[in-house]
Design a binder for this molecule. Sequence first.
Ligand SMILES: NC(=O)c1ccc[n+]([C@@H]2O[C@H](COP(=O)([O-])OP(=O)(O)OC[C@H]3O[C@@H](n4cnc5c(N)ncnc54)[C@H](O)[C@@H]3O)[C@@H](O)[C@H]2O)c1
Length: 388
Amino acid sequence: MADELNKGVLMLVAGVKGAIGSTLAAAVAVMRDNPDLVRPYLMTAEKFPYLGDPAGFGLAGWDVSEMSMTEALAHQGVLEKAVWAPYAERIEQVPVKPAPAAAMDLKSQVAKLKADIQALEGEFPGMTPVLVNLLPAGGCHDLDRFPTSDALYEGVRVPPLADLAYALAALEAGVPVINFSPNVLEIPALVDAAEKGGIPLAGRDGKTGQTYFKVVLASALRARGLFVNGWYSLNILGNADGENLMDPSHAACKLENKTDVLEGVLGYSPGMKNFGKSAHKVHIDYYPPRGDAKEAWDVIDFESVFGLPMSLRLNLQGRDSILAAPLVMDLARWASVAKMAGCAGLVPELSFYFKKALGEAAAVSFEAQLAALEKFENFCNSRLMEDV
Ligand SMILES: NC(=O)c1ccc[n+]([C@@H]2O[C@H](COP(=O)([O-])OP(=O)(O)OC[C@H]3O[C@@H](n4cnc5c(N)ncnc54)[C@H](O)[C@@H]3O)[C@@H](O)[C@H]2O)c1
């Protein structure tokens, strides 16, 4: 088992030419010669010795864009060209398959993607494949009435979300799935396929910037018994994700994920006690001048004994894809370890990484999520270390 894993993790990315996907391509290429630019920023670099060299990632994927990988990198503008230009040839070698046509029926899309997965696995022999969903936020859907993938194939001709075909193809091919997008993939049919196939399905919606710090601060306020009366969050960003989220139907799941998380950590809805309604507001605004360099503001109103009001301001000047890419790399390592350790279905232990914690008794506070991660690491190591 250890030998099989030693060649590293192969990230199969749906949406590989997007802002995060192309940043991953640069990170994987640069890391081989210059690990210091990436490796120190991974949470898992010192973990899982049986996974081999943490710099040994493989990358492949799908996209609808016809740009070359380096054109996509230049277009996304996340990194200065000087950073990736010396590795341009290597970056162009990332195999990218065309996406299945949106009008194809679900079964044919899954069949095409499974053939692609098999071909890509053949190009990276000995690597452990993990499917990473980086498709744009889409609309909400209601596919809960289909308990199995057979029922899904029968009841759904053309999938309402492209992500479904990718996730289903991966699960049927025995490949773990990381759902970094806000799109709902934890429907009964997919969870059933993951459980029956012994495959982890982790998600949903990467917790990279504002929501990460929100969980940290909310956990700290709760631990001190400071009562939150209101929380106002504003984001501006100018990348394609930001533009896409201006469509209210596309933003709905993301806003729900960003909103629910606070109540989960605090154990109450801020505003309810004093105003009889929620005073947790989350806004996302597309602001082109910023590109990937997002900015977020939080205003937190809270009180302590005698009900005297206090207030805290947080201003995050982040970079969307620079925060996201290392989390994706860490998650790819966690997912392959989880599969090797025999985890099947939703993976609540990885809730640290996601805005929407999924799975039974998923931890919600910062300290509980970190503790769950540590426990999970020990569990996986106890299962796998004997093979090293
Ligand atoms: N950046 C962050 O911090 C962050 C945090 C949490 C979640 N996310 C989510 O991650 C996802 C990716 O973010 P991004 O900034 O890279 O988005 P992006 O819009 O830059 O990239 C999406 C890519 O998917 C491609 N694509 C569209 N339809 C496709 C299809 N059917 N098949 C294959 N490819 C297709 C697009 O051409 C594009 O290259 C989004 O859903 C975003 O909401 C991002």
